[in-house]
Design a protein around this ligand. Structure first.
Ligand SMILES: [Zn+2]
Length: 264
């Protein structure tokens, strides 16, 4: 086993709490697995505040306040001010989740794509102004996402829960976008992700759980929590034919550099 160290680059500790796992429990399970640092992300004003509280409480927890496209509307001016203020918090290591989601669930509707793109542009400007990186959510919107990024101020950008194949990964890498892979990388059905991960160099590759979602093989379908990033790291090590130590060391180094985290 050795004493490896890992970073969970993206999780939702508040949602994990709502599903019955207290943050303290998740954090001690993570520490036992060598996961000493994690970034918990907010999607809405209430979640952003809870993420802030958790980051103020636990030394290994950092947060990113965000505004998910599934809110179905743009933030009000008061909500924008709150986001801007949270970004200046010393434990806030980026802005997100923000992004584009064109996926229709069960024949439902999606928020107007033009409005989504407009808000994303504003969010990229906000991050640039605050001097913090951006955590992007995208679903079924890869082409539009690259267009918006190409036309916006350059800020360090991470594609969280990377989705897409080798071509999209190459397009992301050529733009120096960081790609963060979640537990679905380990699913038997994820041929596209297996191909994509080979196109991403270590300096741009992060690992995350997106807890409480997407628990990796062999615990797929169960509640996901930050300790399980170790299973994804082990899976990737065997996919690449290298040791877990190397994957842990490189992905943690990249995560710390991206979010400017201190050594744990
Ligand atoms: Zn997420």
């Amino acid at each position: 086993m050795g004493d490896i160290q890992l970073v969970d680059a993206h999780c939702h500790l508040d949602e994990l709490e709502r599903r019955g796992m207290p943050a303290a429990e998740a954090i001690s399970a993570a520490a036992a697995a060598g996961v000493l640092q994690m970034v918990t992300s907010g999607d809405s004003p209430a979640e952003n505040q809870r993420a802030r509280e958790l980051a103020e409480t636990y030394p290994g927890v950092y947060f990113t306040p965000g505004w998910h496209p599934s809110n179905g509307r743009a933030p009000s001016s008061a909500e924008r001010r709150e986001l801007r203020d949270l970004l200046d918090h010393p434990r806030a290591v980026g802005l997100g989740e923000v992004g584009l989601d064109y996926h229709r669930r069960d024949g439902g509707t999606i928020w107007d794509p033009g409005a989504q793109r407009g808000l994303l542009r504003e969010m990229l400007e906000l991050a640039a102004e605050a001097g913090k990186p951006v955590v992007i959510h995208q679903r079924d919107a890869g082409g539009d996402l690259l267009e918006v990024l190409d036309a916006s101020p350059r800020v360090p950008t991470m594609l969280h829960c990377f989705s897409g194949g080798g071509e999209f990964a190459k397009a992301a890498v050529s733009r120096k976008l960081h790609c963060s892979f979640a537990g679905n990388l380990t699913f038997g059905s994820a041929a596209d992700l297996r191909e994509a991960v080979l196109a991403v160099p270590p300096a741009l590759l992060l690992l995350e759980t997106d807890s409480p979602f997407l628990a990796p093989h062999p615990v797929r379908g169960r509640l996901c929590h930050p300790a399980l990033v170790r299973l994804t790291a082990s899976w990737l090590a065997s996919h690449l034919g290298v040791g877990l130590e190397l994957v842990a060391e490189r992905s943690s180094y990249t995560a710390r550099a991206f979010f400017q985290l201190p050594s744990p």
